[in-house]
Write a protein that binds this ligand. Sequence first.
Ligand SMILES: *Cc1c(COP(=O)(O)O)cnc(C)c1O
Length: 235
Amino acid sequence: MANNMATRIDAVLERIEVAKARAGRPGQELTLVAVGKTRPVEELLAAYDCGLRHFGENRVAEASEKAPRLPADTVLHGIGHIQRNKSKTATEVFSWIHSIDKASTVQALSRRATETGHDRLINVLIEVNTSGEEAKSGVRDHAEIPALAEKITNGGGLALRGLMTMAPFVPDGDAPAVHRSFAMLFDSFERLLPTMPAGFDTLSMGMSNDFEAAIAEGATMLRIGTAIFGPRGTP
Ligand SMILES: *Cc1c(COP(=O)(O)O)cnc(C)c1O
């Protein structure tokens, strides 16, 4: 397993380098978040042994089961919807939360992240719906972002770090609709930048099927599951 893991990770890193060069961004720093949802913690540890440090989980309960078994320098990212009753656990296990799209979520997380004993800021990203797909979450209207950003900044306990999106899922990850989604997020980011707090520097976009397009459109953080761990639902 470890060997296959190393081979798959090497292949992903190689594709990232090629995409960066092709995008004219050879020196761009990119954070690779390995999305280990549904995969056993042993596989995350194998990826850790290959040098990966950032891991993404979409369920709080699953993340909190895995967290104690991961080395201390692992950085855990919450990439799925955070239910209100999971806010406390989320602020305990996640260093980053990518899926903020509602004031009520901000409020719940801020409250937990400012409780006594909680001594670090949680990095958060506003999720933007750039595909128009009803099934996808995220803020739909760019105009709503500044108010949400202000809530995050004023609530306490949270550091607003940037934006996140998911492109429409189409078989061709290089399709115009995919590029359009990512370009829309980049455009929102650029427009917000002048009024955002210091540290607003992250564009989380690009998954196994479309990360090369995301790099071309300005991603700084990739969330990659299948290309690292293999298809979900297979051993
Ligand atoms: C599952 C998931 C990913 C990774 O998807 P892959 O196609 O397996 O790379 C990325 N982002 C989010 C929000 C996810 O839920």
